[in-house]
Design a protein. Structure first.
Lengths: 52, 132
């Protein structure tokens, strides 16, 4: 999923970012195909419903 | 310290630090060593340190996790003011009240972005109706 606003220029762009922490049986996905654009002057929150 | 590392003179850095610490409600603790500050106060110092250099982007993972509601509001108001002045911030939180300070909320579940919304006027009421 890509989330972007269309107003001000971007301050942060993340495209299809995936991150895994740990290894073997302890490996856990922190981010899966994560895309996000944050505009200049924008206050955004990532509301976590589970550990990531 | 971040100001001095960026080349600013000590006196000017101290002035800016005093102003920033005042904005997070710690003006009365200027002369105290870190070990004498509470966890919440140390958290607010960290927020002030992140903002004092005029950062254009602030990434904050649970910045209010150790704070009571009053201190949390102070931190979020400070971030809000920075964004109003042109900076950008992304805050990760489990707290719906904190999320409500944002222009936009994205929902993460198991590392996946599952939804987004503009901040609701009443986040508790909004979240009560969600399955996530």
């Amino acid at each position: 999923m890509t989330v972007a606003n269309a107003g001000r220029p971007p301050a942060l762009e993340m495209r299809s970012v995936s991150r895994v922490y740990g290894a073997g049986d302890a490996a856990a996905s922190a981010l899966v195909d994560f895309s996000l654009v944050v505009e200049r002057g924008e206050l955004g929150t990532c509301f976590r419903t589970s550990t990531c | 310290m971040p100001l001095e590392l960026s080349g600013m003179g000590r006196r000017q850095a101290l002035k800016k630090a005093v102003v920033q610490l005042d904005q997070v409600g710690l003006a009365h603790r200027l002369e105290h060593f870190p070990a004498t500050l509470s966890g919440g106060e140390q958290q607010r110092v960290a927020i002030a340190r992140a903002l004092v250099g005029g950062s254009q982007l602030v990434l904050a993972d649970e910045p209010t996790g150790a704070l009571d509601s009053v201190a949390s509001e102070t931190v979020m108001r400070t971030l809000r003011q920075s964004c109003n002045a042109g900076a950008s911030a992304v805050v990760v939180t489990h707290d719906a009240q904190i999320a409500a300070w944002a222009d936009r909320i994205v929902f993460l579940r198991d590392g996946r972005l599952v939804d987004e919304t503009e901040a609701p006027a009443d986040p508790d009421k909004y979240l009560a109706g969600r399955s996530t």
